[in-house]
Design a binder for this molecule. Structure first.
Ligand code: GCV
Length: 670
């Protein structure tokens, strides 16, 4: 009896020991695996092994040295400046010697070497000879941050610039420098005049000082009426001598504080913002006045072409109509900043025809990294394929620069969704080299952001590469556009058209559904938008039989029974596209669920929650759009697909909010 009891005790003690040990091991594993995404793609652990040899020292070279000495796992790296290299930010890596013309080139070279180390499994050899030069000298993030800390179309918390915390600024600067981003516009293009008050400039100076060693210049968005609103003048007429003097003094004040200030970004005469047209002047008059004032300081003006008037029969025509007559009239330090598409960052648009029409004006493209129209921070949508699509029509060399509307806020993981970090990453990599493929960039990002086995990586790679087309499918396939909810741009509201709201801010203006068909007739018989494209494209888009099907309802009012290449009618094809999108969104979730063994628990769960939202939203999109369009088509939903599970009348009463399942995004301000 006694013996048995003792044996039992021993067993209990052993079991407890085992339990404690396993809890300890599990605890360790958990601690090791907990990741919150705060370090972005720069998650390497210090190895503190390399010795870096360099003759020159500067704050930028010092950072390059520290990065390599901390994270490079070779013995020795040499950093060399070479005045014979091309005069740009490029670098050469020969074994473990990095050579560059500029200090910042050495920093970019250091990050490139570290990237090779992190992605070596992809077959990049650290010892390979590599010389790389940026396609664009200006690679800018546009932050739409407001002085009160909100971020317009931001879904990742509040502005990181509200109280620029040095630790956060350092991660931000490292991340940008690691992918070659060299400029940040600190405030919203819907600029408050206060942005130019001395107190605000002092804050900009503080940020500029923190970013400078990483090769990043700061820029500001300005309100064109600032001479009135800040300066107390009675006019902001760009040809008025007092106005010009006010801008000169303001610019001098800025450069005293920030000697390497980059320049101004201007949204003028657009969506109610003031501009030169308010004083009977042109965009060129306004932009050139600012250009002249900035010129002695080597500053630039980025003047946006995002303009449209409420009464126009076709919003897509307008930027061209306003800017083409001014081609060749802009000063040489003015760049016209044009959104990739002619309407507004839709999941799919054709390229803006201004890019191929303007021949005598420096231009830059504005992409939107924040997912205003692609599921906010809830949907996994990798945007590189969309930007590459743009570059398949617009030659990179025809542009001067690239800007991206940032998806960054003070959320722990910066971008709201762990995978949204890949869009920040992809933007920077493409601004350096638009010839990189979406696949290369996604592979690099995955290799640096997770520690997965190759097979798992390749499944995630497919998810990323398919995600943009999936989003197009479940939101607005076959060229449909701008059928978003009226009060935000997250869910569908193709029926939204309250009295009193400008027509071009309502979906029926764009989809034009009726008993005949669906889509906006932009052919020569319609708004003639096709005419703004080069002749061959014009011809192709104008003919419903040659127009690419993925833009069909963009350029045509497509009859419901129009025969598609698949043999289906347009209506049936539309139904299938929506259903494909839903299936794809569900498939992304299934793939992710199988990643659990390879991903740290925190990021696994956070991404899983978002993918579940995405799959539910996709279903909501399909049901809302198909049931609503069916009231015009009067055709049945095909039998060989999943049928809607919601009722239209119920959906029409409910406006799916961005934060339906999560905390609402704080950013939306309009
Ligand atoms: C910053 C769209 C967005 C606005 C944005 C505007 C622009 O209309 O919805 O939030 O304003 O584009 O790019 O200026």
């Amino acid at each position: 009896m006694l013996r048995t009891t003792n044996l039992c005790k021993i067993e209990v003690i052993n079991t407890m020991k085992k339990l404690i040990l396993s809890l300890f091991v599990a605890g360790l594993a958990l601690a090791a695996s907990a990741e919150d995404g705060h370090l972005l793609w720069l998650r390497s652990q210090p190895v503190n092994k390399a010795k870096v040899i360099t003759k020159k020292s500067s704050p930028t070279i010092q950072i390059a040295k520290e990065e390599l000495e901390t994270y490079y796992n070779g013995e020795r790296v040499t950093l060399k400046l070479d005045g014979k290299m091309p005069d740009d930010d490029g670098y050469r890596i020969d074994g473990t010697t990095i050579t560059a013309r500029r200090d910042v080139g050495l920093l970019y070279g250091a990050y490139a070497l570290l990237r090779m180390q992190q992605t070596s499994a992809l077959g990049h050899q650290p010892s390979a000879l590599l010389e790389s030069h940026p396609t664009y000298s200006l690679r800018l993030l546009n932050h739409w941050d407001n002085p009160n800390g909100t971020v317009e179309r931001g879904f990742a918390g509040r502005s990181i610039f509200l109280n620029p915390d040095p630790e956060r600024m350092k991660i931000y600067a490292r991340a940008n420098a690691s992918i070659g981003i060299n400029g940040a516009v600190l405030n919203n293009v819907n600029a408050k005049p206060e942005a130019l008050k001395t107190e605000s400039l002092q804050k900009a100076k503080q940020i500029a000082d923190q970013l400078r060693p990483y090769g990043i210049k700061v820029y500001l968005s300005i309100n064109f009426a600032s001479p009135i609103k800040v300066g107390g003048l009675t006019t902001a007429d760009p040809l008025n001598a007092d106005v010009i003097r006010w801008w000169k003094d303001k610019v001098n004040e800025i450069y005293k504080m920030i000697p390497d200030f980059g320049g101004f970004l201007v949204k003028a005469n657009s969506e109610g913002e003031p501009g030169p047209q308010d004083f009977g002047r042109t965009h060129a008059d306004g932009a050139n006045m600012l250009g002249k004032v900035l010129k002695p300081h080597q500053g630039i003006v980025m003047w946006r072409a995002f303009v449209y008037a409420p009464q126009s029969p076709d919003r897509a025509n307008q930027a061209y109509l306003e800017f083409m007559p001014l081609d060749g009239q802009f000063a040489d330090n003015v760049i016209i900043q044009i959104k990739n598409g002619p309407v507004d960052f839709q999941p799919r648009e054709p390229y803006s025809p201004l890019f191929t029409a303007m021949k005598k004006t420096p231009m830059m493209v504005e992409f939107q990294i924040t997912q205003e129209y692609l599921g906010a921070a809830n949907h996994l949508v990798y945007l590189a394929p969309m930007w590459k699509e743009f570059f398949s029509f617009v030659k990179p060399a025809s542009l001067k620069a690239m800007a991206g509307v940032a998806n960054i806020g003070d959320d722990t993981n910066w971008c709201g969704h762990h995978f949204a970090q890949s869009n920040w990453y992809a933007f920077g990599r493409l601004a350096w080299n638009p010839d990189l493929t979406s696949e290369q960039i996604a592979e690099e990002w995955l290799a640096q952001s997770f520690d997965m086995k190759a097979a798992a990586n390749s499944q995630l790679l497919s998810v990323m590469l398919d995600s943009r087309e999936a989003c197009v499918n479940y939101m607005m396939p076959l060229g449909i556009h701008h059928i978003f909810a009226g009060t935000h741009h997250y869910g569908p509201e193709p029926w939204y058209a309250p009295r009193g709201v400008r027509a071009d801010w309502t979906p029926p203006y764009y989809h034009k559904a009726d008993s005949i068909g669906l889509g906006f007739d932009r052919t020569m018989n319609g708004s003639a938008n096709v005419k703004q494209y080069p002749e061959a494209l014009c011809r192709m888009y104008n003919d419903i039989n040659t127009c690419p099907e993925n833009l069909l309802a963009w350029f045509h009012h497509v009859p419901w029974d129009h025969r598609m290449k698949s043999g289906r009618t347009f209506w049936d094809e539309l139904c299938h596209k929506y259903d494909d999108g839903v299936r794809e969104a569900r498939h992304f979730l299934t793939v992710w669920d199988s990643m659990q063994p390879y991903v740290d628990s925190q990021r696994f769960e956070e991404v899983q929650r978002k993918l579940r939202i995405q799959a539910r939203d996709a279903e909501w999109w399909r049901d809302a759009c198909l049931l609503y369009f069916q009231t015009f088509s009067h055709r049945p939903i095909p039998q060989d697909m999943d049928h809607p599970v919601h009722n239209l009348d119920e959906m029409m009463k409910f406006n799916i909010p961005i934060g339906m399942y999560e905390n609402p995004a704080q950013g939306y301000t309009k």
